[in-house]
Design a protein around this ligand. Sequence first.
Ligand code: BGC
Length: 464
Amino acid sequence: MIYIYVIIFLVVLYAGVILWLHVKYPEIRWDWSGIDTKNMKFPSNFSWGTATASHQVEGGCDNNNWYKWESAFNDKGLPRIKDGQKAGDACDHWKRYKDDISLIKKLGVSHYRFSLEWSKIEKTKGEYCKETIKHYSEVIDDLLKENITPVITLHHFSNPIWFDEIGGFEKEENIDIFLSFCKFVFSEYSHKVKNWCTINEPEVYSVMGYFADIFPPGKKEPQLAVEVLKNLLIAHTRVYNALKKMPNGSESKIGIVKNIMQFDPYRRWNLLDWIVCRVTSKIYNGIAISYLEKGVIDINFPFFVKLNYDSKDAAMATDYFGLNYYSHSHLKFKFDKYEFFENRFFNSDVMTDMPYAIYPEGLYRAIKQAGKVKKPIIITENGIADSADDRRSLFIERYIYAMSKAIKDGSDVRGYYYWSLMDNFEWAEGYDMRFGLYEVDFDSQKRTLRKGSEKFIEVINESK
Ligand code: BGC
């Protein structure tokens, strides 16, 4: 008889835990058929923009870690980038930036976020290239002439080869080298550039490069992945504190850019799926959010990763929270010591060309998560890979609606930058992923505004 009571007790306990998880981490779904996406309201001075990153668009990036990676092979002898593609000339943005600025202008946006290619500025350690400095200075001037506010990213996934050769961000002492570069460029441009992003997506850089083996340097070492993440976060704080003290620092807006991704259980009744989701989320989202909010990292997953850090300096050391948001993942537990989950999809999912679905409610959730840091939020990236251009318009309408709803419900969101201005080199996926508002024909370098992108222009016009 006692066994029956024990079984009943365990069943009730299990159901209670699952119910508690359901309530605490709801996978929000809205009934879109009843939602009116017209008349969205945005604060005055809301900044609309679009974004790119140097390696993805400029061309001629032959001195960085990605250049090397593009010629590398994995353990199975397969090229690291899909079908052996290489960034090469990319969008030739380095030479065509003037025309591209006209394209930015035509969208009606007020901000352009782009990154400086560290490997072109500091070709060898400690030597800054005059020609490159002049180039970016001209880009900035041309943007300002067109009344477009430049937003500079100091680090967007690419490192000079020499920096990687001495250990890159695996070594905390190397942060000084990155800091010197940041101080140098800030002294060059801060009299005309007032918006800065320190590091783009530290969690993507570390997870993809040190856990998933998809980005350089292609390691599969979970503990090293979290150490690298910690170093990137420390790098952000040190850069932030140093630049704020420099001339033009106090009036500049300097912030980190973090990707948020929700991990929702594939089977909401399955405790193992919940556990992998909570662990993954704690590492992917939790480390950076807790670091930025409290200056504390406290992660201890025995036999997997352990990371502790506590520094008052780090708490709130950012002028804004740059939020990159694309989608969520449904995880299913898998018996495997290393890859203990797999990504699953439902028939009802409307997929993007990337392996994730359209999930606008997730942007609303992400804004709430970012709100923990209690700083203004800027959506520094959001966009869809859609080569057929048959979902872009819906994507734009619904994600922007989700953002406007978050604003209505009290979130302090100050800007939205669409990823990306034009089709470009999508890292491990090469040129197959078409994120651009403008379609690029890579043979002729012709840019054409996509039909689906008109929605973006429409929303911006209506918001004015
Ligand atoms: C990165 C971009 C990338 C985009 C789409 C973001 O994680 O910052 O460089 O192209 O996602 O995958």
